[in-house]
Design a protein around this ligand. Structure first.
Ligand code: SF4
Length: 337
């Protein structure tokens, strides 16, 4: 057997081996198409880039279940993404427990894709995914300084101008109890910077209300943060203890009815902000990816968690332009062009 390849290119090594030694039949994998198995509709797919997490948020048990961050090799991630796009996927949703930490565990090791060296790092991942010609949407990004590097890719139209950043709270004391590294003031400055570079950016986040010990004043601090941050999309959970989480030992459990009232107040505040922000899109023409006839999503709408754009007509999986006639708190309504 003679082949020129190396440890950077597992598929080429395996091809050379299988040329002489046929691959044994494996009933568990041989029925799987080369692009893998997806449980989402054909036109979008989740691309998992890492497993586990180096944070230790006190309300979460993921690190104790899945361990510290383990990044998938960049070449493998890019190959999967390329296979998905070849199989007809139009939108890749990049996910992990902390997408911005991609590659930290392997010291941003250099891998290979299409024979080129590529670093195991979020920015380089985004630059390379952008070459595939599909929509690329980033989920679960921490507001670290290096996240600023991907914003120009968004303003340049290479990846979707969308960031899903779970802030969880704004009060410094609650964030500390949650063992979250962020600070509200820094987050606001960072948001401002992102919007300066990319005015069309959509920022989604999630928050927890009623965390143990949360006072009325700290909850109000969170509401003021919402007013100031003017986020586009927001999810809110009333705190509920998870078996095995460190937060269970914290004093000052918030009564259920207070948690629910806070959640309601939080959602009402955000509904007003979202409605105002969506209204600004009326009269504009936006590109959508059609999920089913009459329903599509723009760059601002991740599947399942955000709103949609409604119109009449269209076929699942096609990109269309829609002129927006009206908006409500979640969705836009318009006409296909
Ligand atoms: S909440 Fe997210 S960032 Fe925090 S420990 Fe859990 S997985 Fe990690």
């Amino acid at each position: 057997m003679l082949a020129i390849t190396g440890p950077h290119d597992t598929p080429a090594v395996m091809k050379a081996v299988h040329a002489h030694l046929p691959k044994p039949h494996d009933p568990h994998t041989d029925l799987i198409p080369p692009q893998g198995i997806k449980l989402t509709p054909g036109h979008y797919a989740y691309l998992k880039i890492a497993e586990g997490c180096n944070h230790r948020c006190s309300f979460c048990i993921i690190p104790s279940m899945r361990g510290d961050l383990v990044s998938r090799p960049i070449g493998e991630v890019m190959q999967e993404a390329e296979n998905l796009v070849k199989a007809g996927v139009k939108e890749l949703l990049v996910i992990s427990q902390d997408t911005s930490a991609y590659g930290v565990d392997v010291k941003y090791r250099t891998g290979f894709w299409r024979g080129r060296p590529v670093k195991t790092r979020m920015t380089q991942l985004c630059e390379n995914l952008a070459e595939l010609g599909a929509w690329v949407r980033l989920h679960y990004v921490y507001p670290y300084p290096h996240v600023d590097e991907v914003i120009p890719l968004m303003s340049g139209g290479r990846i979707l101008p969308y960031l899903d950043v779970p802030f969880q709270h704004a009060s410094p004391r609650i964030l500390k109890l949650m063992r979250r590294p962020a600070s509200a003031a820094k987050v606001l400055r960072r948001l401002q910077g992102w919007r300066q570079t990319c005015p069309d950016i959509t920022v989604r986040s999630t928050f927890i209300v009623g965390f143990p010990g949360e006072t009325e004043a700290e909850f109000c601090e969170l509401l003021s943060f919402l007013e100031e941050a003017q986020l586009d999309r927001v999810g809110c959970f009333a705190y509920s203890p998870v078996e095995g989480a460190a937060a269970n030992d914290l004093p000052g459990a918030v009564p259920e009815e207070v948690k629910n009232l806070r959640k309601e107040k939080f959602m009402l505040t955000q509904a007003r902000i979202s409605a105002q922000r969506l209204k600004r899109k009326v009269g504009k023409t936006v590109r959508v990816l059609v999920d089913e006839p009459g329903v599509g999503r723009s760059s601002a709408d991740a599947p399942e968690i955000d709103g949609v754009v409604r119109f009449s007509g269209g076929r699942a999986g096609e990109f269309r332009d829609v002129t927006i006639d009206r908006a409500d708190q979640h969705d836009l309504y318009g006409r296909l062009q």
